[in-house]
Ligand binder design. Structure first.
Ligand SMILES: Cc1ncc(COP(=O)(O)O)c(C=O)c1O
Length: 371
């Protein structure tokens, strides 16, 4: 008998502490704009080693506000990675600026600093590197390019740069996401970390309809949005933060187990190992299938064994909206396109057991051998 019980792609860790934290907020009747928001911000900034933090309703909302905060506006260009979740490019379009894609590094899968340098023009008002799959982007190289930076750290909680600073603690606005598959979740939510208190003030105002902290309700001195995170979500976030170190350690264990179980499969590329003192904050375990393998058939074979998997991620410039709006086509970013065509996310979450990892690895090995 084979075990075909379902193994999902992701599953958040939730326990009595989270239930108690949410209940406490419910019972307090302070569901929004209450004390949990600054508490969560301070605790998150403290854990990360960042100067300041602003809680927002999603990673996307945080990226939007961070771009506005560094001054991106109409007609500007922002150099970014085509190998990311679509939100990191969409937020540039929100501000009527142009996402200028540059190819990625074939090992780290992050925006290649040389390609980014070659894409700069007089109109480049910011760089938006993405720490994809939690691997630290080469921030020192981007900093040398001398433009404002917004970091998409939505997938990178727990990642550490080679100099020992955590991703998100270098002072540039950096944005984390708390969707349910993330290292820390509030259901939906996000956090902008940053060093400049003036930028925090602007972000805090714009997330709250353009209201300054000392203003009356319904008084607004700038354009704003409703990008607030509720006290319920912040209470949940505080409970998650208390167990974050354990959850990150469990993710490292699962990644190590996958690495051992998937060793020596001809043509299969695993996530790059940590190098040069950089440390990945494990978010997903994405493999690149051997060239020529039918990825959809592999997904179906795994699904027949109860194992969820997903092509992850598609190249942004080849999505229909980006093709139509900006005229993109195949062949522009060959490294990204090759990786996007082969990448497959496997089940990955802290409570995945070694036996489940073995099951996934065995099923993938079997699928590839019969391909
Ligand atoms: C790289 C990246 N950027 C941005 C986002 C957007 O975050 P959210 O879904 O919280 O808006 C995500 C989340 O999936 C992401 O993975």
């Amino acid at each position: 008998m084979t075990d075909d019980s379902p193994i999902p792609l992701a599953r958040p860790v939730m326990g009595a502490a989270e239930e108690a934290a949410v209940l406490e907020v419910l019972r307090s009747r302070r569901l929004s704009l209450g004390p949990r928001v600054p508490e969560f911000e301070a605790a998150f900034a403290g854990w990360l080693g960042a100067g300041h933090a602003s809680a927002v309703s999603s990673g996307t909302a945080g990226l939007h506000l961070a771009l506005r905060a560094v001054g991106v506006s109409d007609g500007d260009e922002v150099v970014t990675s085509p190998f990311s979740f679509v939100a990191s490019a969409n937020v540039i379009v929100y501000e009527r600026a142009r996402p200028v894609f540059a190819d990625i590094d074939p090992v780290t899968l992050n925006l290649d600093p040389h390609a980014a340098a070659a894409a700069l023009t007089d109109r480049t008002s910011a760089l938006l590197p993405v720490h994809i799959f939690g691997y630290p982007a080469d921030l020192p190289a981007f900093e040398r390019l001398g433009r404002p930076i917004v970091e998409d750290a939505c997938e990178a909680l727990g990642a550490v740069h080679s100099d020992g600073t955590r991703v998100g603690a270098r002072g540039h606005p950096a944005v984390f996401g708390f969707y349910a598959n993330k290292q820390l979740t509030t259901g939906e939510g996000g956090m902008v970390t940053l060093g400049d208190p003036a930028l925090k003030e602007r972000i805090d105002s714009e997330r709250n309809q353009g209201r300054a902290p000392d203003m009356d309700w319904l008084d607004h001195d700038r354009l704003g949005f409703n990008y607030r995170l509720s006290d319920l979500a912040c209470g949940l976030g505080l409970a998650q933060l208390a167990r974050l170190d354990d959850m990150l350690a469990s993710r490292v264990r699962v990644a190590d187990a996958y690495r051992a179980a998937l060793a020596n499969i001809e043509g299969l590329d695993l996530p790059c190992a940590d190098a040069g003192g950089n440390r990945r904050g494990w978010f997903v375990f994405v493999v690149q299938l051997p060239r020529g393998v039918d990825r959809e058939a592999t997904v179906r074979t795994l699904a027949a064994r109860g194992i969820q998997s997903k092509p992850y991620l598609p190249a942004i410039h080849l999505m229909s909206f980006y093709r139509e709006r900006f005229g993109h086509r195949e062949g522009e970013f060959p490294v990204c396109e090759d990786v996007a065509a082969r990448s497959l996310a496997l089940p990955f979450f802290p409570e995945l057991s070694d036996a489940e990892v073995e099951r996934v690895a065995g099923a993938l090995r079997g699928a590839l051998e019969s391909a």
